[in-house]
Design a protein around this ligand. Structure first.
Ligand code: ADP
Length: 499
């Protein structure tokens, strides 16, 4: 199904309109430019003719005591033609504006006023201007001084019609702009077709994208192979759906895990209650059933608490209560708590702790960090293995004044395959293979650890070899008041290893 697109706001329409506007504006500008050029050129031609007749007039017209005479051979047709041409638009007056010679055309244009005549006579060079006659025909007039042989100055004006020039410009203008009326709609249609072609692939991509739904996120839009922006967009889109698919998959797996995790204690509680209800007779039997049920309720609560805490932490609702802590002390407390579970699993748990590594941190979160990492280490290490906890001060490589409180938790457990390593801090992510399948967990512990480290401005790294063991290294900013790092080789500096 093709999505409804508002025509006016649609890309195709806007592309066509922009193209059309630009193209029309360009054609109009070109037209006006050529029109101007044509006008300048045709007027230039008339001006050249005017120069010519001005020169001829000086040769053919002689003034003798206020009387103009044409010096031409009347029998020579060429001379007669020249004189006729000269007399077509002509005016000769004395300095006071008294007409000595004129033509009907010049009268129609309008005889110059005495003031105008005096102004022209005062000029050094003749003046050229354009004037129109009563019928609206434009003429180019050249007016200036014409002296006679005795030095007497007369006003002389001669002109040529500009109608031909004007006609040429007018014809060009009408023809050009009329043809635009046809060209512009045609280019509009062409633009519409071209824009349609250009955005056709976008429509195809949109149609393909429509088919991608929550249940078939694996669907990929095929690349067009042109390596253009659209291919880039399709690539990004496909990567996005792959990421979405991963997230959907994680959530699906998580729901299954949560149901499983919750079902186990719930089934147990139900069993305990049934025992109490149907078979228990003595107070002890009732009490045993209740105690067992309570333990399972406790397990249920801890799962729910973990989920709630993580979502609160990730949505920024957990406020850190920072105090200055001795990192070693926190580590020791948690290691102590894990001695019994480790012993039960026959895992050797040792600690090598440097005293006086002070950090500013939230104690509860630090305990949570240690216990999550330690519980994983013990959980994923088979009987006979070891888990080592190390805490020490480490100088920052980048900034001499800065120190890190460094925590290392290393085990000889099942390890993490390389391909799973980049994901282990993701929420709900669990490695699924023969070694880990029977080990229970929600995949939330390390997301929590990562959040705690980040919230304290630290870093976490992991190195692991499948089948050999794993080492988590956490660095947290140490307080400036921390004592100088002690030399590890110095026996007194290191606390005895503890079992
Ligand atoms: P879980 O509840 O599954 O332990 P975590 O977030 O704590 O979840 O850990 C994510 C995954 O990382 C685990 O499922 C496990 O496969 C792997 N993992 C974490 N710590 C270790 C470890 N010390 N040794 C081996 N695998 C580990």
């Amino acid at each position: 199904m093709r999505p409804h697109v508002n025509l006016i706001r649609g890309l195709r329409f806007r592309l066509t309109v922009s193209y059309l506007l630009l193209f029309s504006a360009l054609l109009v500008v070109i037209g006006l430019y050529f029109r101007h050029n044509l006008q300048v050129q045709t007027e230039g031609d008339v001006r050249a003719v005017l120069e010519e007749v001005w020169g001829e007039a000086k040769g053919y017209l002689k003034i003798e005591n206020y009387r103009p005479n044409w010096i031409a051979d009347q029998t020579d047709p060429e001379d007669a033609h020249i004189v006729d041409r000269l007399r077509y638009v002509i005016l000769l007056t004395d300095a006071n504006g008294n007409i000595l010679l004129d033509s009907p055309v010049y009268e129609s244009i309008g005889i110059d006023s005495p003031a105008e005549i005096r102004r022209i006579l005062a000029l050094k060079e003749p003046e050229v201007h354009i004037r129109t006659d009563a019928a609206g025909t434009p003429y180019m007039i050249k007016a200036g001084v014409m002296p006679d042989d005795h030095g007497q100055r007369y006003f002389f004006a001669i002109g040529r019609p500009l109608s031909d020039s004007e006609h040429t410009v007018k014809t060009f203008t009408t023809d050009y702009f009329l043809s635009l009326l046809a060209i512009i709609p045609l280019t509009g249609l062409l633009g519409w077709a071209l824009a349609g072609r250009a955005i056709q692939p976008v429509n195809e991509v949109a149609q393909a994208a429509q088919k991608v739904t929550g249940s078939n996120l694996s669907l990929q839009i095929p690349l067009r192979g042109s390596g253009d922006e659209l291919d880039h967009l399709i690539g990004s889109f496909n990567r996005m759906t792959t990421r979405l698919e991963d997230s959907f998959e994680q959530i699906r797996r998580f729901s299954t895990d949560v149901s499983h995790e919750l079902r186990t204690p719930l089934t147990a509680i139900r069993g305990q209650l049934e025992v109490a209800l149907f078979t228990a007779q003595t107070v002890e039997q009732y009490r045993d059933a209740m105690v067992n049920a309570l333990e399972d309720v406790e397990q249920l609560s801890s799962i729910v608490r973990a989920l709630l805490l993580l979502s609160q932490a990730e949505s920024g609702q957990v406020v850190l209560q920072k105090t200055i802590l001795d990192l070693g002390e926190v580590a020791e407390d948690v290691v102590d708590q894990f001695q019994i579970p480790a012993e039960e699993k026959q895992v050797r748990l040792t600690a090598r702790i440097e005293p006086g590594v002070l950090i500013s941190a939230d104690r509860t979160q630090m305990e949570r960090l240690f216990s999550n990492l330690l519980s994983n280490a013990v959980k994923y290490t088979p009987a006979g293995g070891t888990v080592q906890v190390r805490v020490k001060l480490e100088a920052s490589q980048r900034d001499e004044k800065k120190n890190w409180g460094r925590i290392e938790i290393e085990d000889t457990g099942v390890g993490i395959p390389e391909e799973n390593l980049p994901h282990i801090f993701d929420r709900f992510y669990r490695v699924r293979n023969a070694e880990t399948n029977l080990i229970q967990g929600l995949g939330l512990g390390l997301s929590f650890v990562a959040w705690i480290v980040k919230a304290h401005g630290g870093q976490i790294d992991v190195t692991s070899t499948a089948g050999a063991g794993t080492r988590f290294t956490v660095r947290l900013p140490a307080e400036a008041t921390a004592v100088a790092p002690m030399n590890e080789e110095h026996p007194a500096a290191v606390e005895p290893q503890r079992l």
